[in-house]
Each structure stands twice: as structure tokens, then as C-alpha cells.
Write a protein that binds this ligand. Structure first.
Ligand SMILES: [Fe+2]
Length: 203
């Protein structure tokens, strides 16, 4: 998809993640914050070569830029991509890792519980705004955390799942208790079908 960019639909109803994530949080997080990143990106790329580039390419092309306008484009393009990925990382449905993903989890972490503990720790220890990620490199799983709008995808790393740890992701429901938000989201809402699809795509 090239510009003008659109706010991608949510894969579930606004209240589908309650009580872990309230419809009120979605009303601000998706309809206000995510929409604002889309709108700002469209304004910034208008009449530039970025308007004809795919979102992923914009993120990768601007990730290391020292130009002030390109830094703004990166921040907004990164946040559009990260939020699209975040919503698809969550589901109210009961999902479980595929056999192939399960083997990779056992090889990298020993168990799914340990993966969950490490992903929660990454989110908890990300100082300030950012993201916690499950990624794969050459078939091997790993955990990463990134600040602000940064994303492992900018470096060509294959992302499987993400959790948003910006305050706007949890403050209405959990106030300052980011670890409680992480425990609930990672324990109850991760979409292992989405993770398995992403893992398979990497080959
Ligand atoms: Fe967010």
C-alpha cells in the first residue's frame, strides 16, 4: 500500500478485548492516536517520493536519517506500521503456537512460560515509550525492545508479535501499572496464529 495511507480496520470489535483492554482504551488508542499517526504521515509525505512508497519501505528508508523532516516521517510511518502489527498481535480467541513454532520456542526459551516472562520483562524494562517484540532471525526466536517508533522491521528483522508499552496503551485501564498490563495482555491476548504465520513467512 502506498500513500495516501489509510487506518487499517481492527481485526475485532472495540470491546472484544475487555476486560484486559477496555473499549475506552481502544477508542483513544486506535481512533485517536493511531489515526493521528496516519493523518500526520499523509501530510508529511504529500508531494514527496515517499508518497509512492510502501509503508515498510518508508520505515526502512528513513530509519537512520538525520534530516529533521525524514525523522518525523520515520516516527509516524513507524507508528502506523507498529500499531497495525500490534492490533494483529492481539486476539480474544484462544490460540496456541503451531507445532513448528512450538519447537522453535522450546529451542530458544525452553518453554512458552519462559518466552512470556522474557517478553514481559522486555516491556517492563523499556525505559519510557516503546515496544516489546518476539522476532525470528534465521529461524531462531528472540526478544527485542525498541524505544518510541523504532521497530526491528526497520533493520529487516522478521517480527512475530509486539506489545505496545507507550502509556497511551494502558493508562486508562492500569494507570501507572505497566507490569500488570503486560502480564494480562501477554498472558491472555497474544495471537499465536498470527505469530505462526509470521514465523512461517520467514522460512
Ligand atoms: Fe500505541
Amino acid at each position: 500500500m502506498t500513500g495516501p495511507f489509510k487506518l487499517a480496520s481492527l481485526p475485532w470489535d472495540d470491546a472484544a478485548l475487555e476486560p484486559t483492554i477496555s473499549a475506552r482504551t481502544i477508542s483513544f488508542h486506535y481512533y485517536k492516536h493511531h489515526q493521528a499517526y496516519v493523518d500526520t504521515l499523509n501530510t508529511l509525505v504529500e508531494k514527496t517520493p515517499f508518497a509512492d512508497m510502501k509503508l515498510e519501505k518508508i520505515v526502512q528508508a528513513t530509519a537512520k536519517s538525520s534530516d529533521d523532516k525524514e525523522k518525523k516521517i520515520f516516527n509516524n510511518a513507524g507508528q502506523v506500521w507498529n500499531h497495525d502489527f500490534y492490533w494483529r498481535s492481539l486476539t480474544p480467541a484462544k490460540t496456541a503456537p503451531s507445532a513448528q513454532l512450538d519447537s522453535a520456542i522450546a529451542a530458544a526459551f525452553g518453554s512458552k512460560d519462559e518466552l512470556i516472562a522474557q517478553l514481559a520483562e522486555a516491556g517492563k524494562t523499556q525505559f519510557g515509550s516503546g515496544w516489546a517484540w518476539l522476532v525470528s532471525k534465521d529461524g531462531k526466536l528472540g526478544i527485542e525492545k525498541t524505544p518510541n517508533a523504532e521497530t526491528p522491521m526497520a533493520k529487516g528483522v522478521n517480527c512475530l508479535l509486539t506489545v505496545d508499552v507507550w502509556e497511551h496503551a494502558y493508562y486508562l485501564d492500569y494507570q501507572n501499572r505497566r507490569p500488570d498490563f503486560l502480564k494480562a495482555v501477554i498472558g491472555k491476548l497474544l495471537n499465536w496464529d498470527f505469530a505462526a504465520q509470521n514465523f512461517q513467512r520467514a522460512g
